[in-house]
Design a protein around this ligand. Structure first.
Ligand SMILES: Cc1cc2nc3c(=O)[nH]c(=O)nc-3n(C[C@H](O)[C@H](O)[C@H](O)COP(=O)(O)OP(=O)(O)OC[C@H]3O[C@@H](n4cnc5c(N)ncnc54)[C@H](O)[C@@H]3O)c2cc1C
Length: 286
């Protein structure tokens, strides 16, 4: 199958892209790495009047590691997140989660902004952005606004982005005292799509968990924090065994509005949490 005919424009500035997107009465779709959009086009699941290609806008790409915040342009490729040495030191979980996505030939095209805007329920980077307390910056001809990553995805494949807004950058607070791990289960085979994932943030003192942050993916339409599990982790030794945590994650994650295999997914999330805990304990040398 091929896409329906559409007009195509390739602006080189953000302002030109915003003007192209602001076209009342027309369906105008931004194109980033195309890894999700192009299959949707060719299967005719979307039929835009105009495609606005963001690839020529150099101002939308780049990684700036500041003392308090890391700013990442929406068009930054996942491969660049994975290979940026300064980013790997500042936010190692972001680099490792980017590296977990599919194969290198997908990651050289796929972008951070595309991953967040596509909002697949089990995707890695939206979950990590929620766990790290990131903010998403959106611009349109009306101005700019910032939305917490935790409120950006509004459902499976949908976000609060207005049709004429471009996601321009994502900002991550640099120091929150927690160290993070990302662990996921993917489908087998060459595509390796994610099924369930867990992003765990821990602050540990004297071998005990002081603060925990737990975000699960693939157990509901959007990445979700599990406050009950976070509370249950506080005060525990970081080293296991913690078999009851699997049940605790399963209970909380299974409450999401359901997949047919919701119970299985929730149980997998519990096992992934144990893996993340064990990886953290290993890194802390315990
Ligand atoms: C074979 C395969 C395996 C994959 N495996 C994984 C995996 O293991 N883990 C995982 O997390 N993901 C996985 N993915 C998903 C992949 O990460 C996404 O396809 C990719 O992140 C989408 O980014 P993109 O830059 O290609 O966006 P595009 O496909 O170009 O766009 C996606 C959507 O976002 C919109 N959009 C893009 N950028 C912007 C912007 N700046 N502002 C406003 N709207 C925008 C587009 O209009 C479109 O609706 C896989 C994909 C494939 C094809």
């Amino acid at each position: 199958m091929t896409a329906v005919a559409f007009d195509y424009t390739a602006p080189t500035t953000v302002d030109d892209a915003l003007r192209a997107l602001h076209a009342p009465g027309l369906t105008v779709t931004p194109l980033a790495g195309g890894q999700s959009l192009v299959p949707l086009l060719t299967r005719r699941e979307i039929r835009p009047d105009v495609v606005v290609d963001l690839n020529g806008i150099s101002a939308l790409a780049g990684i700036d590691v500041g003392p308090d915040r890391v700013r990442i342009g929406a068009m930054t490729r996942l491969r660049d997140l994975e290979q940026h040495a300064e980013l790997a030191r500042a936010l190692p979980v972001l680099a490792s989660a980017a590296a977990s996505v599919a194969h290198p030939h997908i990651r050289v095209r796929a972008t951070l902004g595309g991953s967040l805007c596509h909002a697949a329920p089990a995707a890695a980077l939206p979950a990590v952005a929620v766990a790290l307390g990131a903010d998403v910056v959106l611009r349109s001809v009306r101005g700019a606004r910032s939305v917490p990553a935790a409120r950006f995805a509004s459902g499976a494949g949908t976000t609060v982005r207005a049709r004429d807004e471009v996601l321009t950058e994502v900002t991550f607070p640099r120091i929150d005292g927690l160290a993070y791990e990302f662990s996921e289960l993917c489908t087998r085979g060459s595509t390796g799509y994610p099924v369930v994932g867990v992003c765990l943030g821990l602050q540990v003192a004297d071998g005990l968990v002081r603060t925990a942050r737990v975000v699960v993916t693939g157990c509901g339409p959007v990445p979700a924090r599990l406050p009950g599990v976070e509370a249950a982790l506080a005060g525990r030794p970081v080293t296991g065994p913690h078999p009851e945590l699997v049940a605790s994650v399963a209970r909380e994650a299974a409450r999401g509005p359901g997949y047919e295999d919701q119970e299985y997914r929730a149980e997998v999330a519990g096992v992934l949490l144990l893996r993340a805990l064990s990886a953290r304990a290993g890194r802390e040398g315990r």
